[in-house]
Write a protein that binds this ligand. Structure first.
Ligand SMILES: *[C@@H]1O[C@H](CO)[C@@H](O)[C@H](O)[C@H]1NC(C)=O
Ligand SMILES: *[C@@H]1O[C@H](CO)[C@@H](O)[C@H](O)[C@H]1NC(C)=O
Ligand SMILES: CC(=O)N[C@H]1CO[C@H](CO)[C@@H](O)[C@@H]1O
Length: 507
């Protein structure tokens, strides 16, 4: 059945391309192949008696079967929780199908030192069953007692891509938080970002949506789904806070990409554009190849004298750019800061910001926003110089550093005409008018950042407890009521240490 669905998708795509030679609007009206839309339902709660009188409730936010050279297993994805993390460090959990024939112990990832995001369980599964449409995974404790089961539909499209980008859901913080007033540009940014990345050779997008999605959002995504350029993964449940949705998305995207991609760009935001600055070093040509997202990661690995199988990730820095006006493409802005960006909160001179990255899917087991958290032992990160590649980050005002964007860089501006034409062809709208229209539309406001912990009780406990283990000072007891997330950590300088530890330990 999955094969049939796939060939139907191929036939539809072939028909659409043939038709497009005469009338490209038919491409936009074609029905989406079913496989481009995946719905993720919250799993049943599974009660695990972890001590006399203590029940722990497991609830996987997503379950992803994956088969191929990257491994044959079903990935069960759970939010990070130190109680669970500690318990599974000492107690085995087993999985099997209903008959119990291939019972095996789950492997756990995400407990490693560093900033915790998710707890990930791999349940090895026989390769012969890779074509099944539905799986039921039964969990057993050490005594052989069945705890419960998870059920999943095996519905990720079977295509294989060189480069994939994960696209988090759009969100808006409407309180006065730094430059976030401009989150009203969310939809405008999203459409430009998708078009730019496709134009430059990004092979596929995994786009994440949650709960109820408005018409504008649907309108933007539709042509990319119809063209087969994107797969939409829709979570029926919508966590309150955008960062929690981001964690779900980036973890799910990693496992959706296993056996389906080589390189994944997991957390580059819709106002960030990676570009090549050293074409002659990387490609031996004075100009950057148009489809560079398809080729640049391998080129970087070669340039650094490494082998792809020994690399877990490539990290790069960002330059902040001014935002242009609402009817202009973001990349038409040409004024950047002189230095790569500093951390989001001012921490004094010389403090660098955190990088963004792509990872080698085969070697990554869990990821954080700025680097790979857990990876195959012995694989390394390549942090490239801005003279090889860098991201433009269009975001103003420049919250804390106050440095002027006083250096002109027109590199991406040269793409403006081609991208406006691409948007016009895809949406059958005047691109300037379309961008202006989108810039005044925005999703429903998100919860306030400082309400993160009260909005998600479970995360409160997890994070507080986890941070204590990772950070050897009791600074958060001295500051009751203080917001204790990544930004606060940044201010204290603790993040540099964590990042350094992370890179050392797994580098
Ligand atoms: C734990 O769960 C089991 C099985 O669902 C139940 O019988 C037991 O009463 C629970 N114990 C507590 C302390 O909630
Ligand atoms: C840009 O601004 C920075 C910080 O004020 C300053 O040090 C630098 O000289 C300026 N560069 C140019 C090209 O004006
Ligand atoms: C408050 C704020 O940052 N507003 C900016 C949002 O972006 C526009 C450009 O699109 C700027 O003109 C505003 O100053």
């Amino acid at each position: 059945m999955r094969h049939q669905m796939h060939s139907l998708a191929l036939a539809l795509a072939a028909w659409a391309v043939a038709a497009c030679a005469e009338d490209c609007s038919s491409l936009l009206q074609a029905r989406a192949p079913v496989a481009q839309y995946t719905v993720v339902e919250q799993q049943e709660e599974i009660v695990w008696n972890i001590a006399r009188g203590t029940n722990y409730t497991l609830q996987f936010f997503s379950v992803v079967p994956t088969f191929g050279a990257d491994g044959n297993y079903i990935a069960l994805l759970h939010e990070f929780d130190p109680v669970l993390s500690n318990y599974v460090g000492e107690h085995a959990l087993y999985c099997s199908d209903a008959s119990g024939v291939h019972k095996t112990q789950l492997r756990v990832y995400g407990r490693e030192k560093g900033i915790p995001v998710s707890l990930i369980f791999h349940c090895d599964w026989p390769e012969e069953q890779s074509e099944l449409e539905n799986f039921e995974v039964f969990l057993e404790n050490e005594e052989g007692k069945t705890l419960g089961k998870v059920a999943v539909n095996h519905n990720t499209p079977s295509a294989k891509h060189q480069s994939v980008a994960c696209v988090r859901d759009v969100f808006m913080l409407d309180h006065l938080g730094l430059d976030r007033v401009n989150e009203t540009l969310a939809y405008k940014h999203l459409v430009e970002w998708l078009e730019f990345h496709l134009y430059h050779g990004m092979d596929h997008f995994f786009v994440y949506t949650f709960g109820t999605v408005d018409d504008v959002y649907e309108e933007i995504l539709k042509p990319y789904l119809l063209a087969g350029a994107a797969t939409r993964i829709h979570f029926k449940t919508r966590p309150d806070f955008h960062r929690q949705r981001q964690y779900w998305s980036m973890t799910d995207c990693l496992y959706r990409s296993k056996n389906h991609a080589t390189w994944v760009m997991p957390t580059v935001d819709r106002d960030e554009y990676f570009r090549v600055t050293g074409p002659s070093e990387l490609f031996g040509t004075p100009s950057v190849p148009k489809n560079y997202f398809h080729t640049v990661w391998d080129a970087i690995v070669r340039h650094e004298g490494k082998r792809v199988e020994d690399v877990k990730s490539i990290t790069f820095d960002l330059y902040r750019f001014e935002l242009p006006s609402r009817d202009e493409l973001t990349i038409s802005s040409t004024m950047q800061q002189a230095e790569t960006q500093v951390a989001p909160f001012c921490r004094g001179e010389g403090k660098r910001g955190w990088p963004k990255f792509v990872y080698n899917v085969k070697n990554a087991n869990s990821v954080y926003v700025h680097w790979v958290h857990s990876s195959v032992h012995g694989t390394e990160d390549l942090h490239i110089s801005p003279s090889l590649g860098v991201a433009n980050h269009y975001r103003s005002p420049f919250d804390c550093d106050k440095l002027p964007a006083n250096v002109s860089d027109t590199t991406l501006q040269t793409d403006v005409v081609a991208l406006e034409e691409a948007l016009a062809a895809r949406f059958q709208r005047n691109p300037r008018e379309f961008l202006k229209y989108l810039s005044h539309k925005h999703p429903a406001p998100d919860v306030h950042e400082s309400n993160w912990f009260s909005a998600t009780d479970r995360l409160t406990t997890s994070w507080k407890a986890a941070l204590q283990e990772y950070i050897p000072v009791d600074w958060f007891f001295a500051l009751p009521g203080q917001m204790m997330d990544q930004f606060f950590l940044a201010e204290t300088g603790m993040f540099d240490q964590l990042k350094w530890d992370d890179l050392q330990m797994f580098g």
